[in-house]
Design a protein. Structure first.
Length: 227
């Protein structure tokens, strides 16, 4: 339920719900601002607020829907045409509504002080970091709850999903395959053809000159003023 960045620097991630500030009265907005100010001033550690905009992925929902339809058709075969049409409609529901993107809000909590525990082992530093991140998450949860904002501390699988979706915003998450380690099925290995250490000096010179020639050609093509 946390990310190790190396050198005993750790991060935890909390997903936050939203409140519609614009629909509040002026008095309510003022109260929210005061609470938010108090929340920020109460923190004794740094946080990062991260808002992610991404394509809505309904693949898990449609798979569940498909399973339910198949079970229903097995019991009531005459509903097959209706179920097929309804399933196609549900698959394209977001496009029909014109809502294909969603915004997710997160708070990233950091803990970098484990290296100050010079008398502790790596395992003890890891354990201490986990406890401290949990304590910091509780402080954030209590502070935001006063404003009607609910929080959820992401577990390992949810963190994987966040990472994959952040770097691949327009496609399916594939977080389940990473969690189940199915991604290793896509890894292939070939024969090691690294032969630099076996080249003679003349062969190394040929490689160097060939590369230099290509760079000169590209420079001439990209710069029409080159003589």
């Amino acid at each position: 339920s946390m990310v190790h960045l190396g050198n005993h620097d750790y991060r935890a991630y909390m997903e936050c719900t939203s409140i519609n500030y614009d629909l509040k009265t002026a008095k309510e907005q003022q109260i929210i601002e005061m609470m938010y100010s108090q929340f920020l001033n109460s923190l004794s550690f740094p946080i990062t607020i991260f808002i992610a905009t991404r394509e809505i992925d309904n693949s898990a929902f449609t798979e569940l829907l498909k399973t339910n339809y198949e079970a229903t058709i097995g019991e009531f075969p005459k509903l097959a045409d209706y179920a097929d049409q309804n399933f196609r409609d549900m698959q394209n529901l977001n496009q029909q509504l014109g809502v294909t993107r969603e915004k997710k809000k997160y708070i990233i909590i950091e803990y970098n002080e484990a290296n100050l525990l010079s008398m502790q082992s790596d395992e003890e530093k890891y354990s201490q970091s986990g406890k401290e991140l949990a304590n910091r998450a509780k402080v954030i949860e209590d502070g935001l709850m006063n404003m009607g904002i609910k929080t959820n501390l992401l577990n390992t699988k949810q963190i994987i999903d966040l990472m994959v979706r952040t770097y691949h915003r327009n496609g399916k998450s594939h977080a389940d395959q990473i969690w189940d380690k199915d991604f290793t099925s896509m890894i292939v290995e070939g024969e090691n053809t690294y032969f630099e250490n076996t080249l003679s000096e003349d062969e190394k010179l040929d490689v160097y000159i060939s590369g230099l020639e290509e760079k000169i050609k590209l420079d001439i093509l990209e710069n029409s003023d080159s003589s």
